[in-house]
Structure formats: C-alpha cells, structure tokens
Design a protein around this ligand. Structure first.
Ligand code: OGA
Ligand code: MN
Length: 202
C-alpha cells in the first residue's frame, strides 16, 4: 500500500503539486478548528499583508484573509501534533526527493465571507527560502457553490495554461513548489479555514 507521504512525494516529483485527502483525521481537524477559534477569540489574528509596506487598504484588494502564526513552543496539543506531522513529512521528502528542507513556518488562516487572495506566487525574490507550500483545510461539508476554491495555474508544454480547481475540504492537504506555481483563492461564500505554511531551506 502506498503511504500518504509516498503518494505526496510521487505526485510532487511527477507533477510539481500534490493533493491528498485525509491527511488530517476528523479528530485532528476538529481540534485544530477549536484551537483556531480560541486564538481568534483571544484577538491573536491579524489582517494578512502582502510582504511589503503597502497600505492595508491596498493589501485587502489582493488578499482578505486573517492569520496567526503557529509557534513551535506552543503548549497546544493540536498544534504540536500538526507540527510533528509536518516535520515527519519534511524528513520523508528530504530523504526521498532531496529537497533540503531545514525549517518551516505555518499560520492559521481565516477567510471571511466575500474574501479572496488574488493570483500570486508564494516565493519571489524577497521571500527566498520557501521550497514547498503546504495547505491543510479545516472546513466540514464544503459544497461546490460555497466557492473559495484554490485555483492552481499549470503551465503546459505548448505554452498554454490549464487551471486546477481544488475545494478546501476538511482533512485535505495541497502541496506545491512555492517558486513555480501561480495560484489564487477564489472568492468564498462561506467562512474558510485552513492551516497554511511553507517548508523552508533555512
Ligand atoms: C496563501 C495561499 C491558498 C489557500 O496563503 O499564500 O495561497 O488555498 N493560500 O488557502
Ligand atoms: Mn499562496
């Protein structure tokens, strides 16, 4: 039987991205959602920026999510278990694909109704260090008409482009090479929750 990590490694190698369902168990999803809500009610979330000193108003025309970073020193078991799973995945990918992952950064993200994140690349000159983008969704019973899909733009050999649309359903993980694939979060009709992060070369 192919393990989840092996499936992710194979798909990343073959196609530069991977989508895997049931990366998180239903229990894990529920605990992470509870933790996210707790941090939200404690006022820890901040409007996400776009990596430059651009005004907040301008940034919100590009991305509307609110985020809070996970901390390795957290005493929260759900966060700890998640980060351990990410470490295990990193080690596996290093051995299997020689990716040279040495660190990670992860945040909870909450997209309120009507928000989106316009087409972008996760790693550009000033954000060097991001090797792989990893997004885990925490949304129960997501329906196609809830919107909020992740659209990944895939360049084709003939110079054209195809679009892959991925629903942000609970337990699903999406990974892709941070400096290669442009992507976008389409406007969401429902609050949309995730744990999103990057495996780093530092
Ligand atoms: C990001 C991002 C995609 C998603 O946070 O950079 O592209 O599906 N997120 O949440
Ligand atoms: Mn992104």
């Amino acid at each position: 039987m192919t393990t989840p990590f092996e499936q992710l490694a194979t798909d990343l190698t073959d196609q530069g991205y991977a989508v895997y369902d049931h990366f998180l168990t239903p229990d894990q999803v529920q605990l992470l959602r509870q933790r996210l809500s707790q941090r939200y009610s404690e006022g820890d979330f901040k409007q996400a920026g776009i990596g430059s000193a651009t005004e907040q108003q301008v940034a919100q025309q590009i991305r509307g999510d609110q985020i809070v970073w996970l901390d390795d020193a957290t005493p929260d078991p759900a966060e700890q278990l998640f980060l351990e799973q990410v470490s295990a995945l990193s080690q596996y990918l290093n051995r299997r694909c020689f990716l040279g992952i040495r660190g990670r950064e992860f945040h909870f993200a909450k997209y309120p109704v009507g928000t989106f994140y316009k087409r972008h690349l996760d790693a550009f000159q000033r954000k060097k260090g991001r090797i792989l983008s990893v997004i885990c969704y925490l949304n129960e019973d997501w329906q196609p008409n809830d919107g909020g899909e992740l659209a990944i733009y895939l360049p084709q050999a003939d110079g054209s482009e195809t679009t892959l649309r991925i629903l942000p359903i609970a337990g699903r993980v999406v990974c892709f090479e941070s400096d290669k694939l442009e992507h976008e979060v389409l406007p969401t009709q429902r609050e949309r929750l995730s744990v999103t992060g990057w495996l780093l070369d530092r």
